[in-house]
Design a protein around this ligand. Structure first.
Ligand SMILES: [Zn+2]
Length: 196
């Protein structure tokens, strides 16, 4: 069972957050994290983003996806309006960084993001967002607005005790490299992308 292993304030370029580390075991070196903006009011509808780790996009500013820009935009939004980011250690739609790099290598040969995963014998999307719902429950969050384009994330909340009040789009402009990836997100995964 997940528990809060540690928590601390973290000042950022976007404002002050409290960061919580969740894991089953305190020796877990990659716990899931929740960043709660300073002005979050738990008595009101809480703005929430479920965000899956993407080291290439967030740390190294890869142009192959829009994860880094989405995370920055979400931090800015939460800092301004109140809310929290549930940061899930689900690198590469939960295939891990090694497999993600293998999939990228296949993409260099012309496969798209889905075909590459399937060629490796991996799911197109191996994520479950139930763990994120569990963290919201542990933080006693009852009702949320969700900052997302992903219907699967919304379904995970709709299937829980938490009330999903509304969706807030989080759409980033495409670039010349990630446009095809975003089309796949829209057409294959059904993401709500208006600009593509
Ligand atoms: Zn990414």
């Amino acid at each position: 069972m997940l528990t809060i292993q540690a928590q601390s304030k973290i000042p950022t370029d976007y404002g002050l957050f409290t960061i919580y580390a969740f894991s089953e075991n305190e020796k877990d070196w990659s716990p899931h994290l929740v960043l709660v903006a300073e002005n979050t009011d738990y008595k009101k509808t809480v703005n929430v983003r479920f965000h899956s780790e993407c080291i290439t996009g967030e740390v190294f500013h890869s142009k192959k996806c829009e994860c880094g820009q989405q995370l920055d935009a979400a931090m800015k939004y939460m800092s301004e309006k109140g809310g929290m980011i549930v940061y899930l250690r689900q690198e590469g739609r939960n295939i891990g960084i090694i497999n993600k790099l293998k999939a990228y290598a296949l993409q260099e040969q012309g496969l798209d993001t889905v075909e590459a995963n399937l060629r490796l014998g991996l799911p197109a999307d191996g994520r479950s967002f139930d763990v994120a719902v569990e963290m919201l429950n542990l933080l006693d969050v009852k009702e949320i607005n969700m900052l997302t384009n992903n219907p699967d994330k919304m379904k995970s909340v709709e299937n829980s005790r938490i009330i999903l009040k509304s969706r807030i789009p989080l759409e980033i402009d495409s670039n010349e490299i990630n446009a095809g990836y975003l089309v796949k997100k829209k057409d294959y995964f059904g993401h709500f992308l208006e600009k593509i």
